[in-house]
Design a protein around this ligand. Sequence first.
Ligand SMILES: CC(C)(COP(=O)(O)OP(=O)(O)OC[C@H]1O[C@@H](n2cnc3c(N)ncnc32)[C@H](O)[C@@H]1OP(=O)(O)O)[C@@H](O)C(=O)NCCC(=O)NCCS
Length: 170
Amino acid sequence: MNIRLAKVNPTVEDLMGMQACNLQNLPENYTMKFWMYHAMTWPQLSFVAEDRGRIVGYVLAKIEDPAEDDKEPEIHGHVNSISVLRSYRRLGLAKKLMLLSQEAMASIYKAEYVSLHVRQSNKAAIALYRDTLGFEVAKVEKKYYGDGEDALSMRLSLILVIIQDCIISK
Ligand SMILES: CC(C)(COP(=O)(O)OP(=O)(O)OC[C@H]1O[C@@H](n2cnc3c(N)ncnc32)[C@H](O)[C@@H]1OP(=O)(O)O)[C@@H](O)C(=O)NCCC(=O)NCCS
């Protein structure tokens, strides 16, 4: 098993693998243009788990531009999507993918926190974010999803990661 940055060049194979994994696992699906835009704009933030050349898990993330949202003026990362194929679950892959992305958000972009949305009914993902990674619920967004389900908007401060990086680099 190999966990590494998602690559766009020389081919878009990684992105196709991520898209295939997403289609199998989640109702929220995206066009190839969307995957490509994220991987090219924030190439340090999206990671894949690969088993013998097959993408079996991914995290797709971005940096929110504070200039575009005066309600959330701090630089922060946002996890758009994460999934792991069923037969590779409970091996710690999602945790590793999240930690790698969070570390890059803090060290490269000095993101103060990371945010994400999760379906209120998604017990596995909520356990991963809250119990394993330490996220907290910032608010409930009513009818956030296309089918009318509410989303938990969750956040995790990255300030400690930034401080640790500063100490290590001195
Ligand atoms: C949520 C998901 C990404 C977790 O991936 P994973 O690789 O199995 O997660 P990990 O092995 O890293 O789990 C880390 C911790 O998360 C929690 N967790 C993960 N799956 C869980 C489950 N089914 N039930 C309860 N807790 C769970 C546990 O605390 C686990 O630690 P433990 O195994 O030591 O108990 C995976 O279940 C998935 O792809 N689901 C479908 C897609 C999805 O819902 N994505 C999230 C959208 S917001």
